[in-house]
Design a protein around this ligand. Structure first.
Ligand code: ATP
Ligand code: MG
Length: 393
């Protein structure tokens, strides 16, 4: 049996000039996610419709629920535009629905339909009241809205809107490089960046043997979870052991983390530049740890000459955790594998580092040479739904 989902764009409508591009991007993203499903996507300026077989309902629903750029969606019933068919269909739907109060909202998208919207609401509402005796109209706060969209040939009928993920279609904003650790914050930051339409790539620093392969697998699993919202994620794996050991040997212990993070930013911006990523994105949250005080952020970010976006910077940890649970990354994030930022942690990391002091300390290391060598050793894991998890390890 044929089914139809109607999609409303929401926020897209506020960006008038780019609207066509947004709609095309959303349609493309949906087409990609539904490539294994027999379906037809029809788009117009204010709506999109997906026609599919009821057999694929779960799959289509799952995709629509997890695609950015959708304000709301609904299952719709289609009938020919004539009064009797519309009335009977409404009655048929409502007699299968649990509610007490309702309101009919008709829209004539074809003005040649002779009855005004207001009169048609009354006509259909009256018909429902006559046939379903225990139901009532409530125009202010009904349990359900009965939406009737009248087009020239066909009329679409649907009940309350279901909430979509909102945001912008992924890819509309160009690419950004997420610094993805195995922690709680950076997957949430990735999700929020995707929500603004940024296509993401990811970079992960590892310090084998001080960090384990399990830690890398954890990052891969997190990236896999994020695939629900995008098509593929390139993960750049950066072996940073040599530089990290050098920092540990030569730098003042309270500055180790600050310097390490300056190196991570340097490398991340080089990788971003090489791969046309316009910005860096990370999971830093102001004040969360010593390296995330405002003074730390100033001293660290100054090494990189591209914008750094921190989507969770003003969120509380509990808010971040809530979101991590919603996007199902939390349980992976709390697996207890060490990150390169948590090995060699000094007893008293500096809370208000100074940039000139960092520069002085860094003179003890030939870090450009280390970075040059590390850049040659970076390897890429392409994470997409075609690959089984085992192929990625
Ligand atoms: P998360 O912030 O993801 O929960 P965390 O809190 O353990 O992990 P922090 O030490 O707070 O990590 O690091 C702040 C941010 O720096 C991370 O959110 C992430 O964006 C980046 N980062 C830290 N370690 C790494 C790493 N090994 N590889 C890539 N990025 C990292
Ligand atoms: Mg953190």
């Amino acid at each position: 049996m044929e089914k139809i989902i109607l999609i409303k764009y929401g926020e897209l409508t506020t960006k008038k000039d780019n609207r066509k591009e947004f709609i095309n991007r959303l349609a493309k993203n949906l087409e990609y996610k539904l490539k294994d499903v027999q379906c037809k996507i029809i788009k117009d300026f204010s709506r999109m419709y997906i026609y599919f077989d009821s057999y694929d309902e779960d799959k289509v629903c799952d995709v629509v629920k997890n695609t950015f750029g959708i304000f709301s969606y609904n299952f719709v019933d289609k009938v020919q535009t004539n009064i009797e068919d519309i009335k009977n269909k409404v009655l048929d739907i409502l007699s299968r629905t649990d509610f007490k109060t309702f309101k009919v909202v008709s829209k004539r998208r074809d003005k040649s339909f002779l009855i005004s919207s207001m009169d048609f609401n009354n006509l259909v509402g009256g018909f429902v009241l006559k046939n379903l005796k225990d139901k009532k109209v409530d125009v202010h706060n009904p349990n359900i809205y009965v939406n009737i969209e009248i087009n020239k040939e066909d009329t679409y009928i649907y009940l309350n809107d279901l909430a979509g993920l909102k945001g912008y279609p992924v890819g509309i904003e160009g690419k950004g490089l997420v610094m993805l650790s195995g922690g709680i914050d950076s997957p949430v930051a990735s999700f929020l960046a995707l929500k603004r339409g940024i296509k993401i790539e990811a970079i992960y620093f590892e310090a084998i043997p001080h960090t384990s392969l399990n830690a890398r697998e954890k990052v891969i699993s997190l990236a896999k979870k994020l695939l629900k919202y995008t098509d593929n994620i390139k993960l750049y794996v950066v072996p940073i052991t040599s530089l990290q050991e050098e920092i540990y040997k030569k730098c003042d212990s309270n500055y180790i983390i600050t310097i390490l993070r300056r190196m991570m930013y340097r490398i991340a911006s080089l990788v971003a530049k090489e791969n046309d990523d316009l910005i860096l994105i990370n999971g830093e949250s102001i004040g969360q740890v010593a390296s995330q005080t405002l003074n730390s952020i100033v001293a660290i970010e100054s090494v990189c000459n591209m914008p750094v976006i921190r989507p969770v910077c003003c969120m509380d940890k509990l808010e971040i955790i809530d979101l991590a649970k919603k996007i199902d990354t939390y349980d992976i994030s709390i697996l207890p594998y060490e990150d390169c930022c948590t090995v060699f942690v000094p007893k008293h990391p500096v809370i208000n580092p100074k940039e000139d002091r960092c520069i002085k300390i860094e003179e003890r290391i030939d870090y450009n040479k280390f970075i040059e060598d590390i850049m040659k050793e970076i390897f890429v894991i392409d994470i997409n739904d075609k690959k089984d998890f085992d192929d990625l390890l």
